[in-house]
Design a protein around this ligand. Structure first.
Ligand code: XMP
Length: 332
């Protein structure tokens, strides 16, 4: 009969057989549960012959790059390189306001940065006497991502381009001649169960999904470093308060976004003219449809007070009560 433990053993055996005793595998990780589970399986199967790469696009959550690095390297023992490309992403985002253009730019840049990193790893491998060049690319994306990106394609138009589907595997296989290893047969609750089985901490296992373009699609319109930082701080307070109330696991996804229009407010005895923070929290089964989470009004008022007190540049906080459809979960 099918059990998680036998699934793990079989997957590890399958990876070892496929890759052979010397083969090296490369994979992109984000710190989310899907890519971490995939990376952990690779690590269990082939140790340091698996090379994980995480790109910091300057639009991650507060302290995320450090935390992911710590978890993956210290706790899970995964061979990980974090590439700090924040400046390149934030510079390139200047002047872009259209959501799809942001996604295209970020997806393309991610591929460029990843490719540079691959060259470095390949050069290092060529210059050492370690046997085995990188031959494999890990596609750790799971079914729901694939389903969403297909369902987003209407008869004449792509509604949203999910940047982690398609582009990178295509480049790595066609451009670099790598062979694809796919770990994509699991659904989200199975991935979580597998994560627990592999020793991932509960807060990583239950972590809300985070889009590849990150805070860049949570700053409406033009992205500037200042706006990203404000949205990031507001998000940090909102998520902390959700955790303090014990609500985190009842919510499918929650975050703060920034509306770059400004509103008038009064702080102390001064008139201010500052950004608006939009809070979003949804209950969802499959992320294809969703309902706004019914927080009580006292909680929302406390969040507004905390954010306006703690985050400079914000004088209004609003809560988005739109369902999906007609809204989407993200605001862009
Ligand atoms: P929407 O906003 O379309 O989001 O209702 C559904 C789920 O997909 C995530 N999402 C993305 N993930 N790249 C990603 O990797 C993207 O470009 C992207 N856009 C949306 C979103 O966070 C939600 O979980």
């Amino acid at each position: 009969s099918w059990t998680m433990a036998s699934f793990v053993d079989q997957t590890i055996a399958r990876i070892r057989k496929l890759v052979g005793p010397e083969g090296q595998v490369l994979g992109a990780v984000s710190g989310g549960v899907d890519s971490t589970v995939a990376a952990k399986l690779m690590h269990e199967a082939i140790g340091t012959r698996f090379h994980a790469v995480m790109v910091d696009n300057g639009c991650l959550r507060l302290n995320e790059a450090e935390q992911v690095k710590k978890t993956l390297t210290e706790h899970l023992g995964i061979n990980l390189t974090v590439v700090d490309a924040s400046v390149q992403f934030l510079d390139g985002l200047k002047g872009i306001t259209d959501p799809e253009k942001k996604r295209k730019f970020i997806g393309g840049k991610f591929i460029d940065i990843f490719e540079e990193e691959v060259k470095k790893i390949e050069d290092a491998a060529a210059n050492s006497d370690r046997a085995g060049k990188i031959e494999w690319f890990l596609q750790g994306t799971l079914y729901p991502d694939v389903i969403e990106s297909i369902s987003f394609k209407g008869p004449s138009q792509t509604i949203k381009t999910h940047h982690n589907v398609g582009g990178l595997p295509k480049l790595m296989t066609e451009g670099h001649g790598l062979k694809l290893i796919e770990l994509r047969e699991l659904f989200k609750d199975e991935v979580r169960e597998l994560g627990r089985n592999l020793g991932l901490h509960e807060d990583l296992v239950m972590r809300h999904p985070f889009p590849g373009p990150g805070i860049a699609i949570r700053v409406l319109g033009e992205v500037t470093p200042e706006r990203v930082e404000i949205a990031r701080q507001a998000d940090f307070h909102f998520i902390n308060m959700i955790r303090e109330k014990g609500l985190y696991n009842q919510i499918g996804q929650a975050f703060a976004a920034l509306d770059p229009s400004r509103a008038v407010g009064v702080m102390g005895d001064k008139r201010v003219y500052q950004y608006i923070i939009i809070l979003r929290a949804v209950q969802t089964y499959d992320f294809m449809t969703a309902n706004s989470y019914p927080f009580d009004s006292d909680f929302l008022a406390e969040v507004a007070t905390r954010i306006t007190n703690e985050v400079a540049g914000v004088c209004r906080v609003v809560y988005d009560v739109t369902s999906k459809p007609p809204g989407t979960i993200e605001l862009e």
